[in-house]
Design a protein around this ligand. Structure first.
Ligand code: FE2
Ligand code: FE2
Length: 379
């Protein structure tokens, strides 16, 4: 009778745990939420009949009952280990964001850029100010819906050359970005500063380190073997074309000279798009972001979708800095945007005078390139 009761109680524990686990899977609860369940179930067990019965048991039966509880906790420990392992697996397939507090502690945001001004200050009195202003005037006038369609068609063929990721870094190293009021270093410095700063704060997210390293490689469009595109068609903040320009765009006033500005097909809030259509379906002004996205995607990178989103929209400041154009996002965009916010801090604020020993870190990045990309890519 006593053993039958013990079996009954143990089976009850097992059934209870199985039920909790099934519930978690069916409801699609997060693992954090799920980890609360063993605590609830323990409380449940305390107030349920076996515990009430404990009070009236003789000492021998009490020992047996305690053994049952130990049995319960061993299952709990096994389930917890399972949860941790499952969490690690998910981190590889779909990156989870670390808490912002931890990140802010790790990365110290500098006060000034390479010119001694605050970052992204387009009015600061510097030798770059006039150049940057002129740059945006040309950019805003020429980035039309038709121009973007034509460039995507032309460069999307990826029939210009074949080279490895590291070769493209070396190719890029001879340029300075005219649109950037914060940077006067060769590009390799900026790429490695970004990647290394991320690596310091997110040591386990190797995909994000590599994203930092490659996010600007689309700037090879400036090179003669890529048609030597003018800077206004390669760099600078990006924005959707085919719908009204948001006023949060830097130097918004110059859009008034863009032919799309007065075209009723393109100048309404949604233009040729619909609410929540997803950025995937939106044409962005042409530049290194979209081009590098095409290169990575068409060469079958195994980087996660958050990495591709970062590469494609890292210059979309109206969205990730000002929160504009939210009505175009779908659910996946909203998830990926969280990672873009993490990334942007490193992209923007690592443009300082921190020097990186290229030869020292190169082997690490070569191993990441090998992990996520083919040896040669079509460009
Ligand atoms: Fe960029
Ligand atoms: Fe960058």
């Amino acid at each position: 009778m006593q053993l039958a009761s013990a079996d009954y109680n143990r089976n009850r524990c097992l059934l209870h745990l199985n039920a909790i686990y099934c519930l978690q899977r069916v409801l699609g609860l997060s693992l954090d939420q799920f980890q609360l369940f063993p605590s609830f179930s323990f409380l449940f067990l305390l107030v349920s009949s076996p515990y009430n019965a404990l009070l009236s048991l003789n000492p021998k039966r009490k020992v047996l009952f305690l053994l049952l509880f130990l049995n319960y906790w061993s299952i709990f420990v096994v389930l917890s280990i399972f949860c941790v392992l499952e969490k690690m697996t998910i981190a590889i397939e779909q990156p989870q964001i670390a808490s912002k507090e931890n990140v802010d502690e790790g990365f110290l945001v500098p006060d000034a850029n390479a010119f001694g001004n605050t970052f992204r200050d387009y009015n600061a009195e510097t030798e770059r100010r006039k150049t940057v202003g002129e740059f945006y005037k040309t950019n805003h006038i020429h980035q039309t819906y038709d121009f973007v369609t034509e460039m995507r068609e032309k460069y999307g063929k990826l029939d210009r050359t074949e080279m490895s990721i590291w070769e493209s870094i070396e190719l890029l190293n001879s340029f300075v970005d005219e649109s950037d009021p914060d940077l006067d270093e060769p590009q390799i410095e900026h790429l490695l500063q970004t990647a290394e700063a991320i690596r310091k704060d997110y040591p386990d997210e190797d995909w994000l380190h590599l994203t930092g390293l490659i996010h600007d490689l689309g700037k090879v469009l400036l090179h003669s073997s890529f048609g030597e595109l003018p800077q206004w068609a390669v760099v600078g903040d990006t924005f959707p074309v085919g719908c009204a320009y948001d006023e949060s765009n830097v130097h918004f006033k110059y859009f008034k000279e863009n032919t799309d500005y007065n075209n009723p097909k393109y100048n309404t809030k949604f233009g040729v798009y619909s609410e929540g259509c997803g950025l995937e379906n939106v044409l962005m002004s042409w530049g290194h972001d979209d081009y590098m996205y095409l290169v990575a995607k068409e060469n079958k990178t195994t980087l996660p979708s958050a990495a591709l989103f970062i590469i494609r929209y890292h210059s979309f400041y109206p969205l990730h800095k000002h929160g504009a154009y939210q009505y175009l996002l779908n659910e996946e965009d909203k998830e990926n945007l969280k990672w873009l916010h993490v990334f942007n801090k490193y992209d923007l604020y690592s443009k300082s005078k921190v020097r990186i020993d290229v030869e020292k870190v190169k082997p690490y990045y070569l191993s990441l390139i090998e992990k996520y990309f083919p040896a040669k890519l079509k460009w």
